[in-house]
Write a protein of this length. Structure first.
Length: 303
């Protein structure tokens, strides 16, 4: 995936707008309020455009009678989280390629510095959020937590690493290949490397940021603009404001200037379209068109 904190923040801001909007269906609000933390898992899935419309169609059938028995609240929250994540992904991946066309690292420094900025701007010392990120999450040894003095951090890391390796070995039973076991492990190791997150890079961005990288990835890309109407509304909602429907509509209609504002606008638009489909106001073809399912991104690549 791309970022973590940034995509989570987009989900939270889109959900807050959804909760405030009178025209979004009750089912979405129920699922979002009851399972907002579970919605975060929608940001770690792939190829969601292949199943999201089908799942919405499935979940809306007899929603009121099935939602508890079939745990549809969790499932719908997952889909709604994915819609918001997809909006962030569509917007941010283009920024990464433009900011770091030469980069072969994953995640990119650009995405890491976006996460660091959003952490400081929206989550640091903030207990009024369902996603309580702490500075310790980005520290290599979590030094700011009192509990870190009571455990051997390196030994604990070794234990988790050992368990992780055992879990990878257990996966081999799903793809048995006793004849070419070495090549199987080579492929597994390569795949594992793709998912490795270098915590030292996150620690740098959050704790000792490079001023040149801040300028390059935050300022020069116009990542976050406090003057954008939809960002101002999002900040007010995070503080408990109750805007009128006219204010909500106006903020959504205003043209964003920053990358983050574009992502929130797109994500909230996706939620509106999905809600209209869920209640039968639009058909499936219209929903697919409004979600841009199967279309090309700004860089010409499929998304």
């Amino acid at each position: 995936m791309s970022e973590n904190v940034t995509h989570t923040a987009v989900v939270e801001d889109c959900f807050n707008m959804m909760f405030a909007a009178e025209h979004i269906c009750k089912a979405f609000k129920e699922a979002g309020r009851d399972h907002i933390q579970f919605s975060q898992f929608g940001s770690v899935t792939r190829s969601g455009d292949k199943f999201t419309v089908a799942l919405l169609d499935k979940y809306r059938t007899n929603w009121d009678t099935r939602k508890v028995e079939d745990n549809l609240g969790y499932k719908l929250a997952f889909v709604l989280g994915w819609l918001c994540h997809r909006a962030a992904d569509r917007q941010m991946k283009v920024v990464f390629r433009e900011a770091e066309p030469e980069s072969r690292q994953f995640p990119t420094d650009c995405s890491i510095y976006h996460d660091a900025f959003i952490f400081h701007r929206l989550y640091e010392n903030n207990n009024n959020t369902p996603f309580p990120y702490q500075k310790a999450h980005f520290e290599i040894n979590m030094e700011s937590l009192k509990a870190s003095d009571a455990i051997n951090v390196h030994a604990a890391a070794d234990t988790f690493r050992f368990n992780w390796q055992r879990q990878l070995l257990e996966l081999q039973t799903f793809v048995k290949d006793t004849e070419h076991i070495d090549s199987w492990f080579d492929k597994l190791h390569a795949k594992h490397q793709e998912q490795t997150i270098h915590l030292d890079r996150y620690a740098e961005a959050v704790l000792t940021p490079d001023p040149d990288k801040v300028k390059r990835f935050i300022e020069d890309t116009n990542f976050y603009n406090e003057e954008d109407a939809i960002i101002q509304l999002s900040q007010a909602l995070r503080q408990g404001a109750k805007p009128s429907q006219e204010e909500l509509t106006a903020a959504f209609a205003a043209e964003p200037t920053s990358q983050y504002a574009h992502a929130v606008k797109m994500g909230y638009g996706y939620l509106q379209s999905a809600s209209a489909y869920f209640t039968g106001e639009i058909d499936q073809d219209t929903l697919k068109d409004q979600l841009d399912v199967g279309k090309k991104g700004r860089d010409g690549q499929s998304v």
